[in-house]
Write a protein that binds this ligand. Sequence first.
Ligand code: HEM
Length: 190
Amino acid sequence: MKGIIFNLLEDVVSRHHGEATWDKFLDETGLDGAYTSLGTYPDDDLGRLVQTISIAFGIPPRECVRWFGREAMPLLAKRYPVFFTGHKTTLPFIYSVNSIIHPEVRKIHPGANCPVFRFEETTDGALLLGYESPRPFCALAEGFIEGAANYFSETAAVEHLRCRSKGDPECLLSIRVHAMATADVVPLAR
Ligand code: HEM
């Protein structure tokens, strides 16, 4: 996994729980935490960190990954504003991940192994997203989608219709995006 993902995890944990908590997690996992954004590190490092965080916060690992994805999206928007400024709403942004964002990421971060998505629209207005990756990070996709909706002042109801973690042959997410009720809009620092 690229170092930027570890950098984002460190930022999210430190913002919410302080830098000392991140250092404690590194101590507990025995990792040194020296992740450069362009470096590539074992997926297992991420797995170990997620396991440790999940035990510390008392939330299942998949929920932990989803939370991380949700909180990381505004940080990605700060680092890569160009991927966000062309969009006003969530769905066109999600479509652009396959066609623009991840292809660009593969150029900026040589060796990046980003997932590919298969899209399908249902007659009742949901977007189906097939997550194609050799990795088990569909919960990260879920969190990224929720975080993106939040960024665009919308809400996304994401349902995991199929998941390889449950023995299904593929991971399939159903996404329904709605405008946020005005009272719920939390202004984001962009
Ligand atoms: C809703 C939007 C997005 C979704 C659903 C998404 C999904 C994912 C997922 C699930 C992964 C983990 C790797 C895997 O599962 O194979 C990933 C990796 C990655 N994504 Fe995205 N992504 C989104 C937007 C972005 C944006 C805006 C950026 C910003 C540049 C980005 C950059 C990356 C990078 C750098 C990796 C690491 C690749 C690697 O370690 O090899 N993604 N993405």
